[in-house]
Write a protein that binds this ligand. Sequence first.
Ligand code: GLC
Length: 450
Amino acid sequence: MILFHEPSWLSTATALTHHNEIPMPQENVSNTLPVLPRIDRFQNLGYGMFLHWGLYSQLGCGEWVQHNRPVERKVYAALAKTFTAENFDADAWCRLAADAGMKYLCLTTRHHDGFSLYDTRGLNTFDAPSSPAKRDLVAEYIDACNRNDLLPMLYHTTMDWFWRDKKTYDLDQAEMNEYLQYLNDSVEILCTQYGPIGGLWFDGNWCRPDLDWHVADLYALIRRHQPEAIIVNNTGLDEQGKLGHPEVDSVTFEQGEPSFRDQSAQAKFVAGEMCQTMNNHWGIGTQDFNYKSPAHIIEMLCKCRKVGANYLLNVGPTAQGGIPDYEQAALRRAGDWVRQASDAVYHGQPLPQVQCAGDDFMLRVDGDADYYFAFRLGREGDAHVTLEGGGIGPRAIGNYDRAIGEIAWLDNGEKLDFSQNAQAGLMSFNATGYPYGTDLIVRIARLVPE
Ligand code: GLC
C-alpha cells in the first residue's frame, strides 16, 4: 500500500475532497433478490439503440406529427403509398450499433400511427409488405441482429390511432376489449413468426389508465411463445421507474436519470432502462438541431450503469431508412470511449453503499476488480493553453472495505497513489489529470484487490 498523505478523515471519518464535497452514499438500498437469467442477460447488455422509424419519418417532424400538427387521417394514411424503405439496410444499422458499443437494438415495429413494419398477415393492409417497400422489415431487422450478435428488442405500441378509425383515447371498455384482441393477435405474430426475439417493449397504456388493459393476457401470450423474452411496458414521463405489473422484467426511465430502487417488496428482481432521444424527437426531426454530444452520451451511459440500468439511446432513421450523418458520427465517437471501458461498463455491478463525491461512483466486476468512475477530472498542462484543471487531486471514498493492492487508470495504466483504512471503510486516491491531448469525460480507475 502506498501512502501519499494521511487525510484527516481517515481518523475522523469526515471525508472531504479537493472540492470540499462530502462523499455521498450511492444509495441506501441493497437488493438481494435472485436475478432471473433473462434479466441478468439483459442487464449485461448495458447499452442499446432505439430506432423510431415509420411513415412519420417521411414528414421529418417526429413520430407524433399526425396527432400534434395535426395531419388529417386520410392524408396521413396516404404516406403508406410512398413508403419505399429503399435505403433500409438492417446490417448497416447493426454495424453502427456495434461500432457504438451497443449490444442490442429496439425497433418500432408498430408505433401509435398503427402502421406495422412487419407483415400483419391479414389483420390489415396498413403494413410495410403492402406498401411500395414490399418487404417485411421486421424479419430483416431480426435476421440482421442475429447475424451480428445483437439482441433484437421489438417496440410495439399499445395506444393506437388507426384501428377502426378511432384513437385509443376515445374507446369505451367494450371497444377496448375488441382492440386488445387485435393487439394480442399482432403481438402473437411477432412472437411466432421470427424465431427467438429479445423482448417486447410496449408503450401507450399510460393514455387510458382508467381502462382495463388485461395485460396479464398479453404477457401470458409472450411467456407461452417466448419464455426468454424480456417484457417492458413504458410507464412514461410521469411515472419513471414504476413497476406496473409483476411480469414486467425491466422498468423505464424515459428521458430521465435512473435511480436505485428498493426492490425488497417485489417477487423478483427487475432491471431498469433509460431511453433518451438524440435531439428532442424520437422519429426524425429534420429541423431539430438540439443534439446531444458524445460527451453527453458518455456521461449518461455512466449514470445509467451507476445504478445498473441500461441506456437505450434513440436514432430516428430517414424516410428511406438510412441513419443520418450526425447520429452516425456521434455514436461512433462515443463508441471509441465505450470500447476502452468495455467490461466495467457492461458487467460492472453497482455498489450502492459506497460513498463517492459528486457524480463519481464505483462498480464491481465479479472475479475481477472494482472500477471507479471519475467525473470532471480536468487536464494536465500549461496554464496558457489548458483550461479546467480543477478536478485533479485526491478523491475520497467512504464505506468501502475491500483491501486494495493497486489503483491504475484504465486508459493508460498509470498507477495512482492511494491511502486506505479498509477497516474504517475509508480510502483516498490521487486522481492525476488527463494527459495533455486527452479528455475522456469520465475516466475510469481500476482497483485491484490485495
Ligand atoms: C413516448 C412517446 C413515444 C415514444 C416513446 C419512447 O411514450 O409517446 O412516441 O415512442 O415515448 O419512449
